[in-house]
Design a protein around this ligand. Sequence first.
Ligand code: SF4
Ligand code: SF4
Length: 144
Amino acid sequence: MSYVKGLFHGTGTLLTGLKVTFKEFFTPKVTEQYPENRATLKMYDRYCGELTMPHDAEGHNKCIACGLCQTNCPNGTIRLVTEMVTDPATGKAKKRLVRYEYDLGSCMFCHLCVNGCPTGAIRFTTKFEHAVFTREKLVKQLNR
Ligand code: SF4
Ligand code: SF4
């Protein structure tokens, strides 16, 4: 009797498994076929791929060289080179950004730099293909 009972139980579990398998044949696919779908692949807007500094049509950015992003960064990923200039409007001395360096290789995408920026001068793009042959190529100048 226990043999027949076991047979029914085994058939029942087999059918349950097959039900799941056949259901998956007809559900929409969620797996991305990368890199075959490279041309159409769209990343989520919240994805942090690479830090950038947007520039307007005249080539200006919003950075005021305050250095908060550099101070906030826990990895020393951002390095600012600044100089003091005289503001023609006020005649007062002010800091000017000379070079904004970002080392993608040591960034942990924590967003602390972006969150701390008072002018919204930096933001993350969703670019995720970063393969290069040398580490030096991961160090990027963000300002023009
Ligand atoms: S995301 Fe984090 S680790 Fe990367 S540069 Fe900004 S503060 Fe530094
Ligand atoms: S990017 Fe923002 S936080 Fe960093 S130096 Fe420029 S203005 Fe300051």
